[in-house]
Ligand binder design. Structure first.
Ligand SMILES: NC(=O)c1ccc[n+]([C@@H]2O[C@H](COP(=O)([O-])OP(=O)(O)OC[C@H]3O[C@@H](n4cnc5c(N)ncnc54)[C@H](OP(=O)(O)O)[C@@H]3O)[C@@H](O)[C@H]2O)c1
Length: 262
């Protein structure tokens, strides 16, 4: 029996990771702020798959909550075999007009919490000579996005960090994987205040598909997988084909908020 700790497990991609891992007989530790939603999911998974599901409600922008997540798992002898650093959010709009507290909290969650949790859980995994860490990036990891400037920068960090750790941990028995989904049908767009996929909700991929592809990629020795099909593969490849300033200007037009259009 293995145990997975999933951050941002109360909805979307994180909840789906919990479902698919539980369906394979993996015990799960569910982390997010919404205790009731985590509790409901834990009960559903325990009943359906006869696994152990533990709820650790906490706000991962708070270093003390991260400490508690570690202490209540590895600190009490529960080995975490798979860490899924999934919790994250975006904020759509012009940077100069954004809410400073909100964007700083995004960096705290998308970057600082992910680095902190990775650093804590990687060490016991290396001592055991086994384990996996999945970091949720985005196709935004590959390209600067005007009006999602801070979000895309956090996701570029996630990809760069994960690829470096993947190479550093070769032969330690620990796998590091960045998964980079494209637009996915979750609460992300509501939370970030952006229209889904620039208004085209038919382009959204299901969280089921994203997580199925991520779990399949864990069986391969790869640092990064782009989830959600060929269109997302193409989008992730574009920055290599065009001059950077040409591409970022074109994206600025595509992402420009309606309120700024003349
Ligand atoms: N949907 C997309 O199109 C898309 C594409 C590429 C990458 N992603 C990435 O996928 C990941 C999951 O997002 P999603 O699409 O599944 O969106 P979502 O449904 O909004 O899920 C976000 C999760 O993060 C948790 N969370 C937010 N703030 C938190 C905090 N301070 N502390 C602990 N947990 C927190 C939320 O739970 P609580 O509110 O209960 O805390 C929720 O469980 C994110 O990293 C996102 O950037 C999404």
């Amino acid at each position: 029996m293995t145990t997975a700790l999933i951050t941002g497990a109360s909805s979307g991609i994180g909840a789906e990771f919990a479902r698919q891992l539980a369906s394979r007989g993996t015990d799960v530790v569910l982390v997010a702020r919404s205790r009731d939603r985590l509790q409901q999911l834990a009960e559903e998974l325990q009943e359906r798959y006869e696994i152990r599901a533990t709820v650790l409600a906490g706000d991962l922008t708070r270093p003390e909550d991260i400490e508690r997540v570690y202490e209540e798992t590895e600190g009490r002898g529960t080995a975490i075999d798979l860490l899924v650093n999934n919790a994250g959010f975006g904020d759509y709009g012009e940077f100069a007009e954004s809410d400073r507290a909100k964007i700083l909290s995004m960096v705290q969650l998308n970057v600082m919490a992910l680095v902190d949790l990775t650093h804590r859980f990687l060490q016991p995994m290396r001592q055991r000579g086994s384990g996996c860490i999945v970091n949720v990036g985005s196709i935004a990891s590959f390209q600067a996005l005007p009006y999602f400037a801070v979000y895309a920068a956090t996701k570029a960090f996630v990809l760069s960090f994960s690829e470096a750790l993947w190479a550093e941990n070769d032969k330690t028995g620990v796998k590091i994987l960045a998964i980079c989904p494209g637009p996915t049908d979750t609460n992300f767009f509501e939370v970030s205040g952006s229209p889904p996929s620039n208004g085209n909700s038919s382009q959204l991929v299901s969280p089921e598909t994203v997580v199925r592809e991520a779990i399949a990629a864990l069986d391969r020795d790869t640092a990064c997988t782009i989830a959600g099909g060929l269109v997302n593969q193409a989008i992730a490849t574009l920055p290599r084909l065009f001059p950077r300033d040409v591409l970022v200007r074109a994206i600025e037009q595509q992402f420009r908020p309606k309120s700024r259009e003349n």
